[in-house]
Every structure is written in C-alpha cells, then in structure tokens.
Design a protein around this ligand. Structure first.
Ligand SMILES: *Cc1c(COP(=O)(O)O)cnc(C)c1O
Length: 462
C-alpha cells in the first residue's frame, strides 16, 4: 500500500529556525516566564523513542520528567500506538452525554478491577484539574442532595497541589503563583501536611480540630499521598489510614488526589494501597494513558453515586461534563497502558532502589539539603546553607541552574522553585536509570561554581 504524504510529514521539512520564530511569535507556554523564554533557545521536540526525546536540531535527551510526570512506558511504544491506531479505524470520538462508547465502558470496568476495593463508578474528564473539580463538586452535591447544604467546604493541606482551574486552586491556593486570584476563592480551611514525619501527630490534630468544630460545614477532606508539586514530600506511613478514620468519625468524605501518584509512580499501582485505604473519591490523570493522551477519571463508591439517583425533577443529577469526556482514543490507549503496567509492576522495586543508589552521593553535595524519594518521584532540595537550611532567593532560579547543565548533558529535567524534580518513565531500564542519575550527579557538580558565587553574595548581604 502506498503511504500518502500527510500534513505532518511536510512539517519535517520546516527549518528549525522557522519553528523557533513561530514558537516565539505565536505560542504562550504554560507555567513559563515568557520574557525569559523568548530570550533563550527553546527546546522543540520532534520525536520520541523509548525514554528519549529528539529536538529539531537532532539532539536526543532522556525524558527525566516523564514529560511532567505522566509518561509510563516511554515514547512511541508499539503496543500503545497499535491501540490508538486500531481505535482510530473504528471511531475517534463520540459524546458520553447520555450515551456510551466501547473503550470507555471497558476501561471503567478495568479500572474498578484494579482500584482500591469499594470504588465502583468512573466519571471521565480530560485533565487532573478537572478530575479534582469533579471530585469537589461531587462531594458538595453529595451532601446537598441529602438536604445538607451547609456542608460545602473542603479541608485541604498547605502546599498540596491539585491543578490550575479555580476550584482546584480554591483548595490549594499558593501565594506565589495565585496571588491575583486569592480574593476570588471561597476560603476553604487548610492545615499543615505531615512533613517532616515527626509532624504527623501535629497534622492529624489540626485535621481533627477542624473536623470537630466545623463538621456541619465540611463536605470533604482532599489530600495528596505524596506532596508532589510542593517539592516531593511523601506522607508518613499510616497517615492516609488515620485520615480515613477521622473522616469516618466526623462524617466527611475523603478525596485522594492520585493524579501524580497513580499508575505505579510510587512503586505500587496506587499510593492508597500502602495504607490499605479506599477513598470516597479518587482522582486519576497523568499516567492513566501512559502519558499519551489527555484523559482523567474520578472514581467513587456506590454510596456516593446513589445519592445522585432520583426523579428528574428532584435535580439530583450531576450536571457536569466536558466535550471530550470519555474520549475513545484516550480510553483505548489507557486500556493498553494498564495491561503493560501490570506486567511491569514486579520490576519496579529494584528500579526504585537503583535510583536511590544512584542519587545517594548527592546527599553530600554542599548545596543539597535533602534528596527525597517516593518510588519514581524524586525531589532534590537546593539550599544556600545546609546547616541553617537557608534557601536561595526565588529570583535566583537555582533549580534551573542545575537543570540547564542536565539539558546540556542530555537529559530534560525541570525544577519547582529550588527543588530539582526527577521523574523518569517507569519503563526506563536499570542501565538507563544509572545513566540518568549519573547525569544528575554531574550536573550538580557542574553547578557548584555558580551556586558557590550566589551563596557568597547572600552571605555578604547578610
Ligand atoms: C498534575 C497534578 C494535577 C493537575 O493535573 P493536570 O492534568 O495538569 O490538570 C492535580 N493534582 C496533582 C496531585 C497533580 O500532580
């Protein structure tokens, strides 16, 4: 069969300089200070294979962020490509409003097979933030449908992150990022997250204080099992179990946001499993499609679901949806990705230890305060002074100093503030993981002179 030349094949002939100009002229990038971006040399990706990405100049990089925390099996994976192609020959999209499609039905069944016991219903959307919005709205309406209109606040944890839509920002406002919007938010209560781990009791007491005094106003508690965007801070063992017990005692729903931790990221299929906990609402995204297509899901129990059943005029229906909810291509690749992941799971513990061993020497680096790891999630905290834990000023962008050395050495990584984040795809082999951690170690060495001179400036100003 003769291959037809497509509009995408023609893009291969565009000169790199043209793409750079178009990027800087027409595109506005997420979470990116654009003034600085436009002054720099952008990385524009043309293709991917395995755990590597190639830019338009022909440079290959390790995908050290798993394309911002979502890639599971690498890029251009034959099984995943085949699932999308097979579905594409059937239908690319059809609405889920009042009807269904085959892959969405099959994936819901499969997700419930593997999810924490007791979850029974899958509500699709297309990003982690929407999975969170849906969980928040379901929690509030769950009580409203039972005539309990005052239960409409959601208790969250300081420095947790739940996405960038306003509802999600409302339960996790960040003064640095969200300052223009703070006045628009409903003022949900928040308490400290249990990190370091000796703060577990303090954190749980703060939770219980709010639950005890405001149980009639609270619809739910929302939590990340590992504080991800907050800098990779894993909660101590037992925390989710205690939280589950408190929510039950005070009649409040528990929402666990596993958008980052789900699908093997912590070394288990879901982080909830470590504590044997079933939330009332579970938010999934990122790794759900192996990092291929935008698809998210909010899973809930039959108890929550049944509160939405009634006569039409009772208005108990959950009136929420998105145009691409339950997209068949996304569901098809999610099905294929999940099967590959179940085969991969037994290999994960050894890989997690390989990462740990590769990064252990960084604990001695003069500007590293802590190397934190939860499975395949790593945060390396950079400070100006290890003894006092004095941070570098935000404007110094020290994370990017190290990240740029890593890019030059052939690995894409991205910091959050002064924490360098390393999140390799789960399918990376032990040899590839060794090469990636070696690049990180070397990049921290490369950055020493710059960090040293910045630290000196700080000492002189003090
Ligand atoms: C990334 C993330 C989100 C938001 O997901 P998007 O797909 O970027 O909207 C929500 N919660 C957590 C824990 C995340 O890491």
């Amino acid at each position: 069969m003769k291959e037809t030349r497509t509009i995408i094949d023609a893009l291969d002939e565009l000169a790199p300089e043209t793409l750079v100009v178009w990027d800087k002229t027409y595109v506005w990038h997420p979470f990116t200070p654009m003034k600085q971006y436009m002054a720099g040399d952008p990385v524009i990706i043309r293709r991917g294979r395995g755990v590597k990405l190639e830019d338009i100049h022909g440079n290959w990089y390790y995908d050290g962020t798993a394309s911002i925390w979502l890639n599971v099996h690498g890029h251009n994976v034959p099984e995943l490509n085949a699932a999308i192609e097979a579905q594409l020959r059937r239908v690319a999209h059809a609405t889920m409003l009042g009807q269904a499609n085959v892959p969405a039905v099959a994936l819901a069944k499969r997700l419930i097979d593997v999810a924490p016991k007791g979850l029974q219903r899958v509500f699709y959307s297309d990003s982690g933030a929407t999975a969170v919005e849906i969980a928040l709205k379901m929690a509030v309406q769950f009580w409203a449908n039972q005539g309990r209109r005052t239960k409409r606040y959601v208790l969250g944890f300081l420095n947790n992150y739940h996405g960038d839509t306003l509802g999600a920002v409302g339960v996790a406002p960040d003064p640095l990022f969200h300052w223009p919007f703070l006045d628009l938010l409903p003022g949900h209560p928040r308490v400290p997250y249990p990190y370091p781990h000796d703060r577990l009791t303090e954190s749980l007491e703060a939770v219980e204080d709010v639950l005890r005094t405001r149980r009639d106003e609270l619809a739910a508690v929302i939590v990340e099992p590992v504080e991800g965007a907050g800098g990779i801070l894993p909660a101590p063992p037992g925390f989710l179990r205690e939280l589950r017990a408190l929510c039950d005692r005070y009649d409040v729903l528990l929402i666990v946001d596993e958008v980052a931790t789900g699908f093997g990221r912590t070394g288990r299929l879901f982080a909830c499993e470590a504590d044997g906990v079933t939330p009332d609402l579970l938010c999934l995204g990122k790794g759900l499609t192996g990092g291929y297509l935008p698809l998210a899901a909010t899973l809930t129990t039959e108890r929550v679901f049944e509160a939405f059943l009634g006569e039409v005029e009772e208005r108990k229906t959950f009136f929420h949806g998105h145009s691409y909810t339950g997209n068949p291509l996304g569901c098809a690749v999610a099905l294929a990705s999940l099967e590959l992941l179940l085969e991969l799971l037994p290999a994960l513990p050894a890989k997690v230890e390989r990462i740990r061993a590769g990064l252990a020497p960084l604990a001695d680096h003069p500007f590293v305060a802590e190397v934190r790891q939860a499975g395949f999630m790593v945060g390396i905290e950079i400070v100006a002074d290890r003894a006092t834990r004095t941070p570098f000023p935000y404007g110094a962008q020290v994370g990017f100093i190290v990240a740029r050395h890593a890019w030059r050495r052939g690995m894409l990584v991205r910091p959050i503030g002064s924490v360098l984040i390393f999140m390799p795809p789960l399918a990376a082999t032990e040899t590839e993981l060794d090469e990636m951690t070696a690049i990180l170690r070397a990049s921290f060495e490369d950055a020493l002179p710059e960090l040293e001179s910045l630290a000196q400036q700080i000492r002189q100003q003090a």
